[in-house]
Every structure is written in C-alpha cells, then in structure tokens.
Design a protein around this ligand. Sequence first.
Ligand code: NAD
Length: 793
Amino acid sequence: MSVSTYFDTMDYGPAPESDKDARAWLASHEASFGHFIAGRFTQPGGQLEDLDPASGKRLAHLTQGSAADVDAAVNAAQAALAGWQALGGHGRARHLYALARTVQRHARLLAVLETMDNGKPLRESRDVDVPLVARHFYHYAGWAQLQESEFPDHVPVGVVGQIVPWNFPLLMLAWKIAPALALGNTVVLKPAEDTSLTALLFAELAQQAGLPAGVLNIVTGDGSTGAAIVAHPGIQKIAFTGSTEVGRLIRAQTAGSGKSLTLELGGKSPFIVFDDADIDAAIEGVIDAIWFNQGQVCCAGSRLLVQEGIHDLFIARLKKRMEKLKVGAPLDKCSDMGALISPVQLERVRRLVEQGVREGAQCHQVALDVPPGGCFYPPTLLTGVHPAATVATEEIFGPVLVAMSFRTPDEAVQLANNSRYGLAASVWSETIGLALGVAPQLKAGVVWINSTNQFDAAVGFGGVRESGYGREGGREGCYEYLKPRHRLNRAQRNAVSATPAGARKDSPLQGGLVDRTAKLYIGGKQVRPDGEVSMACHAASGERLEDVGLGSRKDIRNAVAAAVKAGGWSSATAHRRAQGLYYIAENLSARADEFARRIALTTGVSAEAARAEVDAAIKRLFSYGAWADKYDGAVHQPPLRGVALAMPEAIGVVGVVCPEEQPLLSFISLVAPLIAMGNRVVAVPSQQAALVATDLYQVLDTSDLPGGVINIVTGKSAELLTVLAEHDEVDALWVRGPAEFSATAERLSVGNLKRCFVDHGEVTDWHDAAQAEGSEYLRQATHVKNIWIPYGE
Ligand code: NAD
C-alpha cells in the first residue's frame, strides 16, 4: 500500500476532550446561577435554561435579570468607579495582566465550557477563542499602562453597559471588557441568554485574581434585561454586539440620552477570488471564511464571488474539499464543525436555504453523520444565485455559502458593495497591485488580502453602513471608552441674544452692505430654493436685513444628490484636498473685513470680536489644510507574518447642522475637517446668521473646490435636520445646537444607521482649539479600514 492509499482510507477515531472539570465547576454551583454583582453571585432565580446545543440537554439554570437586578449592578459599578480610577493606568495594567494570566491558567476549562455551551468545535475554542481572549487582556494591559501619556486629554466615560451575542461568548466579553476596564471604566455586561456560562466562570476567576468588587458585573437574561441596561440612566455608554435589528432599537432608545454608543452588527461579507489567485489557498480560505464556527460569524465570507474564467473549476474543487469537512460532536478534537446554537437558529437556516432553492439556486450539501438530538446542519453551497436573491442579501448566520461569478474587477467591486452591510471583505489575487487597488473601493471596515477571519487585539474591527459603527481593538478601540476632558468643564454658552419679535424693524438695507439675493448653494451653483420662498434675516439689533432662501425637503434632496455625485472628492489626493482648504482660507482672508462686519451685524458682537472670529476661521482652515495629508493611518504588526494597514477613509456624505453661536467659526470648524478627510457635506448654517454662510458662496466659487463638495442649504435648522437625518444617502450627521437637535439626529438616524457626532446641547467654545479642532474631529470624519496583508509562503 502506498502512503497516499493510507491517507485515502484512514478514518478518524473519536478523540473526545474530557468535560470532567467543566461539569465539576457546574456541580460546585449546583448548576444554578444568579448574577455576578459586586464581587459575588446573587441568589439563583432559575427562570432560564442553558442548553448544550449538541445534545439538547440542560447544562444549567440561569436567572432572568430584572430592572432591579440591573439597578443593583449599576450601583455596584458606580460604587467601584472612583477606586478603580484612583488606581491609575499602571494599577489597572497590573489587574489586566492578572486577568490575562488567569485566562491562560484556566484555558482548558474555559475552552471546554465554551464548547459545551455554544456547540463550537473544541479545536476552535481551544486554539482561537481562548488564546485571543488572553491576548486582548495583555494588549489592553499595555494601553492602561500608557493611558496617561497617550490619552492625556481624555477621561474614562464612566459606567459602561455591554451586551454580547452567543456566537463568541467569551471572546466578545474580552473585546468589550478589556478596553473598558483598562481605560478606567466599570462594567455591567449581559451575555447572551443561550451562552452565559463562560462569562459567569470568568467573573468568578477574575474575582479570585483580585479584581475589585463591582468593577465587573454580569447580569444574565434575555433581550428585556438588555433593554433594561440600555435604559438605565446610571450608564454612560452602551457597547452592543448583535443583530442589526436590535442595534436599531438600541439607537432609537438611547437617542438624545447623552449615552455614547457603539454598534457591532451583522454582515454579508464578500469573498472575492480573481482568476490569478492561488486556488488551493483560496479554497482553504473559503472553508475558514464560512464554516468556521458553523458560519455563525458576523464577518463570515458568506458571498463567494469568483471570476468567470475559473468559476466552474473553483466550484468543483470546493465541493470536493467540502466532503472532507468533519461535522460532529463539538468536544471531539477531530471535529471541524459542531452544532448550531439552537433549534430556532437551525430552523431559520433551513428555511432560508429552502427559499434560496425556490428562488433558483442549486444546493450542494455534505451528508451528515452526527450524534442524535443536536442542532447540526451540513456545510451548504448554493450556486447560480442571483445577486438580488434573498440568500444573497440576507444574513443567514449559518454554514451556508452563496456563490456568484463576475467578469471584471469593477464588476467585482459593484457586486461586493451591493449590500446594506459593510463589515468585512476578503480579496484573493496573486497580483498585489490588483488586490490593493480593490481593497479601498470596498465598503467594509476590514479587508483581508489572501486571507480571511484574521483578528487581533492590536487591529481595529468594526463595520460601516448597517454593520454599525465604532471599532474594537487597538488605539481606535481605546477612544470608544474615553471622552474628551474638556466635556467636563464647559463654559457658559455665549448666548446669541434672542431678539424679541416685537423689537424687529423692517429695514431692507443695513450696515452699508449692498443688497444681495441670497440663494442656496448646491452642486457648486447658487440656486433658488425649490418653492421660491425665502425667510427674513435680522440683525442682532432687530433690524430686518436681506432675505435668504428658505430651504425645503426637496432642496436637501438636491443637495444630497449633488454631494453623492461629487464622489471623486473622496478619491482626490490629500495634497489636492489640502490645496482646496488653503485656497478657501486665502479667499476668506481677502474679504475678512466684509465678513467681520456681517458677523457683528447679525450676532451683535463687537467689531473686535467679529474680526477675531474671522481670523480664527482662517487659522482653522489652515489647520485642516495641514492635517489633510498628515492624518494618516498606522501599520500594525499583529502576530502573523504580515502587516495590517489601518487606513482612515472618508465616511461619504455628511449632513452638518451648525449652531447659532459664532456662525462663521463654527461652520468652518465643522465643515473643514470633513472635507479635509474627503467627505462631501450638506451644511445647514446658523439660522439667525445665515447671511454669514451665504456670503461664503463667492468665496467657495473662487476656491477651486469641485461643485457638490460643500453644499449649503439655509432655512429652519430643525426642519432641515429632520430631512437630513431621514435621508438614506447621508452617511453621517454632525449636529450642534439645542439638546433636542441631538436627540432628533440620533432617533431618526436608525434607517441606514448613520454615525452621529452630536453635542447633546453642550457648549463648545469654538475659539478653543482644544475643544473645537483636531483629532476628535478628524476621527469622527473618518472610519478606519484595516487591510490585512500576510506575506511569505
Ligand atoms: P441579537 O441582537 O438577538 O442578540 C444579541 C444580544 O442582544 C443578546 O445578548 C440579546 O439578549 C440582546 N438583546 C436582544 N434584544 C435586545 C434589546 N431589545 N435590547 C437590548 N439587548 C437585547 O443577536 P443574536 O441573534 O444573539 O446574534 C447574532 C447577531 O450578532 C448576528 O446578526 C451577527 O452578525 C451579530 N454579530 C456581530 C458581531 C460584530 O462584531 N459585528 C459579532 C458577533 C455577532
């Protein structure tokens, strides 16, 4: 017999991992758990059952967290906050380091319990999840150590509420709590109701490792417990990982509350194979992309796009490789795939596959030989799928791959981006130029080149579009748990004195200015408002000045369309964008006196103050001209042979609603960072001092900025904000003004899950560069795409 015959005929014997220690730990709690609050377990309530998905048998009883339980946990977290912060960065670094060591000491127990609770193969919980958990605590121990030197202008947000799903229970816990704790926050975390055991074990181990009571609190329960965390007024930030549907609910529920929010949601990530790819490597990539964790991975490469010339060959080889996947008992060390999480999920996957077939796909499945009673589903490939089919657009969240073909790189990009999600993408080509050319065009937070499912604590992870916002990992992840220090000490709003209506005198010509008809500024042209209507502008003294266009829903739509069309600005070189900003500054400075007069007239400030505002605006434009080609990314060195490029990218079209105060400076402070970073803007200027913005039209006209990059629609701020917030082609909102503006922006942003940068009615001193300029604005004007590039053989 030849060696290859042995390979073909040998079968795997069972190699089960012992569950003895995990069962002993469950028994030590009589398989019944309360919450973990203030360093100890509460009395078990026993309302929920935690099942083993591979057998359907009960592992433990859990407690359904009530609003009172959440309250107790928040109180414990609040009580622990001052002490935890007083430890300083180094003190917390020591604790995080101890947590990392604890995870490593109990790695086997944690991996076995995770596999029992979740159904994932032990090979994955042991070799991927748990080591990555330890790595997160080590990495963030480092950020705690460096906090005082690296984030001197930031403070922790406070008590953080965190909600995680069932697909990576312990890993998601680590992604959430490691940065939160490292940077001086305390935590109330709710694990998913199907998989709470490793969170409870972790809390117990953390307490044994000396973590102070109340710093980490675990409340178990279903969605209603999650909702109670979201609603609790003592929580300053919500970090959520889960479905887009629940993410939307949370956005709506927290709108206007002042809570900061990060959402890590679903995905339908493309896996693009060009005809010059290393086919064997790409096939192994597909196996990992969609059958890792039974496909229950938010960033699973669930849409296979193969270039036409190799499509049939690729699919044939993939089917052959699928036959070798071993689906079986999760604790068996030879299993490649275990069980899905629950009968409900199993049924959902079945239903979607049936629908796919009904809609015309051909279905290829691997025959199963699995233990009885478990939620097993075979590796499944659907070919001949139409890009608009349900299975090509809906997240299935199971071991189901849908395949399509494409002809050219442009078509690949179009197909890849044809999704409401934008979490991850995988690009396979041996031509580095092609791969690196395609990566920036993909709407995704992470791109893996010739690789897939790479994760590391040093490299940010997170999505765009309906995959959510915020990043976990690395320096980006730190900022999610910090807030600028100046927010603590806001100066009084320099109130723009509201002029009583009765005091207004109608006088068409004021201040020695020649009458002008102020229109709107859309697509680089001055246009009349759609309804041909205008509103009167008044001087601070009450005198009637000129009219300005009263923008409507239709005008905002036209402005957004112009901004969408100006997409070339996002790919213009940083040098080109810098030139645009300097040029605006130059033209503004040539007309500084005129602007100063206008500001003094409309806001009532002194001539000196008005002049100071113009000078500050010019300076700010120079700052962002400077930043345009200097706010660049980083090269991370995760533990692999290769690098990950963290590249800030423009968000797209951003709606800006400016505050009333300091109308020129606040306008420039909001618009300049956005366009410096390659965004296009639809701005609603100060309502009272709209004339200051309309004077800018001529400055912009002579400034060499492509039409549509900056659009200005004057009118009633509150009404125009609503239109911007509801518009699906607006990708983000920057809103300043009364607190209800922030609430409206957040509440109405749920349609396409716009990222909102709002002030909740707090005051910004626009003259103070520390609060009105710099890295916070640049960070909010971009999202970071992480492009992983492994190298070597
Ligand atoms: P889910 O949204 O139903 O549940 C996630 C968590 O939210 C659970 O703990 C649940 O109890 C809780 N929850 C449910 N309703 C709630 C409410 N109204 N208020 C507050 N909390 C509530 O999602 P799921 O089905 O458990 O998880 C699968 C989803 O998670 C998939 O869509 C997947 O793509 C996504 N996911 C995303 C990432 C990521 O990083 N982007 C990672 C893992 C999973």
